[in-house]
Ligand binder design. Sequence first.
Ligand code: PLP
Length: 394
Amino acid sequence: MFETLQAQPADKILELIQMYRSDPREGKIDLGVGVYKDATGLTPVMRAIKDAEHQLWETQDTKVYTGLAGDPAFGDAMIDLVLGDAVPRGSIAAVATPGGTGAVRQAFEMIRMARPEARVFVSNPTWPNHLSILKYLGMEMVPYRYFDEATCGVDFDGLIADLKTAQKGDVVLLHGCCHNPTGANLNAAQWDEVIAVLQQTGATPMIDIAYQGFGEGLVEDAAATRKVVASVPECLVAASCSKNFGIYRERTGLLMAISADQSATALNQGALAYLNRQNFSFPPDHGARLVTMILNDEALRADWQDELEEVRLSMLGLRTQLAAELQRLSGSDRFGFLAQHRGMFSRLGTTPEMVAKLRTEHGVYMVGDSRMNIAGLNAETVPVLAKAIIDCGI
Ligand code: PLP
């Protein structure tokens, strides 16, 4: 029977990793894969995670199943981290999921279950998994303008014009902070306008927040999400712990469904638990437990926040250094956007041909749409990249 299967398109980032590995040149630079790397190129286990794992090893006396929603303490701790006290706890249904991707997938499934004909508005561009999961689920997508190729910032007028065409029963997918793949983000006043459009149209927002703490800070990065959930009758929020806790392979995420009408919470909770049951039954617990321990222990939490802040500031430092070096070499401010972007990624805003040229002539590897992982740089490679960009005539 399997002979009827069709070959699936190759994953572009995995292909890029393969090309990078087989490139014999010394001094090659990998800006492709989306994980944080320190100055030595390592993706370290965070100190608080190690400490929590140590404690867990000593104290955990069972690995029996959790509930279908995962450990409620994880839900409570993450709700507090992401939403703070933006809405009453009684208005939030939540389930643990395998990573942020699991939360995104379950969110789409919940939308489809509630309203199969719902259209999902997605930023152009967005994280490719959004598109491929929606396609796989057979859901209708509507791209909205987001990235302005000329300024490498947000095409805000285009975004607002497109979001105004959404209707009640549609869903608008927004990145809570640190937009992937562009690095270009809305400011507070722009978020207010987006909220006003959501209120006018009645469309339901869904927020994907995968980089809380990587942009302006833990609380600052959650501010837009908190404002949106407090301003609309219904909202979905998919949160990932992969990046800000550095636990990529533990598959730790949370999906929240918020209804201002608290009588809907039990129904939402039941739907989320049902979807977990159908897809994988009980969610993974190891990463979720570590996150819960860290968030609920003063010393572990302080240490985690310190290390997360080091990570954030190191990426910010690299951005500033790269923008300054490019200004020096080009004698212009046209790369200033790199210092304005936030999060792990920036879209350089160049053609696939130039991306290929950077790779073949200079050993610089980035995704074809010119997305660069800023954390793939260090103080020594920033000038090398800047020179390669100018040498290519970008
Ligand atoms: N959402 C966005 C926008 C992302 O960039 C990512 C990771 O790259 C995720 C969600 C989910 O990540 P994970 O499933 O590893 O938690």
